[in-house]
Design a protein around this ligand. Structure first.
Ligand SMILES: Nc1nc2c(ncn2[C@@H]2O[C@H](COP(=O)(O)OP(=O)(O)OP(=O)(O)O)[C@@H](O)[C@H]2O)c(=O)[nH]1
Ligand SMILES: [Zn+2]
Length: 338
């Protein structure tokens, strides 16, 4: 299993533990009906493969294999979940622990329904940043796809970061200008360039990388996590079988602190469920202005008395920002492949 190999090959052997500003587990919301497992350990799901979960358990982050326990019923356990685990959590080879509780998720990234699987499913939980990787050339950028990824990030509750690759063969200026009104952070990379800006943005966070084929995701991951390359072959082998693509999501530890969630299985996002209100909430200034809209206003350019237009006319809102928001709203329709 690729996951175990990568996760165990962490760099922290020669680094003080404190330097890893990883998400902590101290807040553990509980619901009333849940049984309390006083003796359970806290775990973090970093990989899954056919019903077996790879967890990091305890402060020493032992790599433990676990299965779902019966009380969880049909509740899904996904990569990124914070869980409570009982049984043998020593991490000794050939032992199997049991996941008894799944903590409330801070963020959820959903994969769209498709012909093989008509249900929208959570693929990653609790990531705090989505890195939208897009090439400036070869393949040419697809601005609408970037917009769709941004909608998915806002909906999931993740901070978006756009990473524009291949600046050695393409000009970032037009895309950077198009993204500016959204106030999304952008980093630009190029062949042979250093990745310091990107590292700064990844440090201490749990980031999901998304982007369609050929944009340079693997190149980035391999540069950021030297050991990742080792596992790539394993992952590709798994994905090629087709059926298991969605189970090959893995978490990679960044040598400078933080984590990358590698999701080769994401082909498109389900955005149909994203409400106008949810998207609007990601734009506090627009949300404020839209409080003056009539009930049922869809905030599009064709809504007759949208308060966003009134605020633009009054000079209190940036028209480019309103246009960009409307562009994102419109991008929810359609089903571009990532
Ligand atoms: N010119 C240039 N080429 C790059 C850059 N980054 C990656 N490439 C090339 O782009 C091609 C695709 O890169 P990958 O890293 O395999 O892209 P990917 O997004 O992982 O694609 P999949 O593996 O298909 O998902 C490779 O030939 C890379 O060498 C860059 O910054 N500049
Ligand atoms: Zn409106």
């Amino acid at each position: 299993m690729g996951t175990v190999r990568v996760v165990t090959q962490r760099y922290d052997a020669d680094r003080p533990h404190e330097q890893f500003d990883r998400p902590r587990r101290h807040t553990r919301p509980r619901t009333k009906e849940r049984p309390s497992y006083a003796d359970a350990d806290d775990g973090w799901v970093v990989g899954m493969d056919r019903g077996r979960y790879t967890l990091l358990v305890g402060d020493d982050e032992r790599v433990v294999t676990a299965m779902k326990s019966r009380p969880l019923g049909r509740k899904a356990v996904v990569v990124g979940d914070r869980v409570r685990v009982v049984g043998d959590t020593s991490g000794t080879p050939d032992t199997l622990a049991r996941i008894v509780e799944v903590e409330d998720r801070k963020t959820v990234l959903r994969r769209t329904a498709d012909d093989n699987d008509p249900i929208e499913r959570v693929i990653v939980a609790n990531a705090d940043q989505m890195v939208v990787v897009a090439a400036l050339a070869d393949p040419p950028p697809r601005p609408r796809l970037i917009d769709r990824c941004l909608v998915a990030a806002f909906d999931a509750g993740m901070t978006p970061l756009v990473c524009l690759t291949k600046a050695d063969i393409g000009d970032p200026a037009p895309l950077v200008a198009a993204l500016a009104p959204l106030e999304v952070d952008v980093v630009v990379t190029e062949r042979g360039g250093d990745l310091q800006m990107l590292r700064e943005r990844l440090r201490g966070r749990t980031s999901v990388l998304v982007g369609h084929s050929g944009v340079g995701k693997s190149t980035l991951v391999n540069a950021l996590v030297p050991e990742a390359e080792l596992a790539t072959g394993v992952i590709n082998e798994v994905s090629r079988r087709g059926r298991h693509t969605s189970t090959s999501t893995r978490v990679l530890a960044l040598p400078f602190g933080g984590w990358i969630v590698d999701t080769p299985g994401i082909r498109s996002f389900g955005l149909a469920h994203v409400s106008i209100e949810r998207l609007l909430a990601a734009f506090p200034d627009l949300a404020e202005a839209a409080r003056d809209c009539s009930r049922g206003c869809q905030h599009t350019a064709s809504d007759p008395e949208c308060a966003l237009d009134e605020a633009v006319a009054a000079g209190t809102l940036d028209p480019a920002r309103v246009d960009s928001f409307r562009r994102l709203l419109a991008s929810r329709e359609g089903a571009d492949l990532v």
